[in-house]
Design a protein around this ligand. Structure first.
Ligand code: PGA
Length: 241
């Protein structure tokens, strides 16, 4: 069954103190949130330990924003799946366009990370999406198909979330129209072996747009950057109507 998944991606925002302040305001807002919605916060590594304690017994799951593919070793600056698992992380974002753009992430390393996430019993949130230039050239479908083909080699589609994140919509305020996001997500779904994979939309999701996005039949949730930093705003997104 397709699960509804609402995830915040804090990127490189919030110290431990700020994360705790956020949770104090955010958690009480979830009392009426329907049970079947999975709510995830993907926080910086330094916040995960303290958040794991505060989230104990709450309905919010913890996510990381990256993971290395080896279990341990001489990889200065990296974090392994074991380390995340031990502190209670359940989800890991893999292949975000910012990592592809600024940190040399390729479809090959995305695939290695996806395998590592699954090997540790965690669930990956795989991000795919086209740039403005690619969209203007009519290449959206081709780019996304290539990403899916390469990223998903030997990946278990029973334990996977995908986020359609058009790069031109991320952090720009230029949200993809709900119907167009729905269409592309339908294209993504048609290329999967498991049609029940939850597929999110991400890119300038705001509280005032959430109801329309979630009304679309193919959209199973959202991956939210900027708007997940504000507890009231993110609560409104989680409690969409
Ligand atoms: P945004 O980021 O909501 O700030 O556009 C989304 C993302 O990068 O996942």
């Amino acid at each position: 069954m397709r699960k509804i998944v609402i995830a915040g991606n804090w990127k490189m925002y919030k110290t431990q103190r700020e994360a705790s302040e956020f949770l104090q305001k955010f958690l009480p807002e979830l009392e009426q949130t329907p049970e079947e919605r999975e709510v995830i916060l993907c926080a910086p590594f330094t916040d995960l330990g303290v958040m794991s304690k505060s989230l104990h017994g709450s309905r919010v799951q913890l996510g990381a924003q990256n993971v290395h593919w080896e279990d341990e070793g001489a990889y200065t600056g990296e974090i392994s799946g074991f380390m995340l698992l031990e502190i209670g992380v359940r989800y890991v974002i893999v292949g975000h366009s910012e990592r592809r753009q600024y940190f040399g992430e390729t479809d090959e390393t995305v695939n290695l990370r996806l395998k590592a996430v699954q090997r540790h019993g965690l669930t990956p949130i795989l991000c795919v999406g086209e740039s403005k230039q690619q969209r203007d050239a009519g290449e959206t479908e081709r780019i996304i198909s290539t990403q899916l083909q390469k990223d998903l080699v030997d990946i278990d589609q029973q334990n996977l979330i995908i986020a359609y994140e058009p790069i031109w919509a991320i952090g720009t305020g230029d949200t993809c129209e709900a119907m167009e996001a729905n269409r592309v997500i339908g294209v993504i779904r048609s290329q999967l072996q498991n049609r029940d994979v939850s597929i999110q939309y991400g890119g300038s999701v705001k509280p005032n747009l959430i109801d329309e996005l979630m009304a679309q039949p193919e959209i199973d949730g959202v991956l939210v950057g900027g708007a997940s930093l504000d507890p009231a705003g993110f609560a409104r997104i989680v409690n969409y109507k």
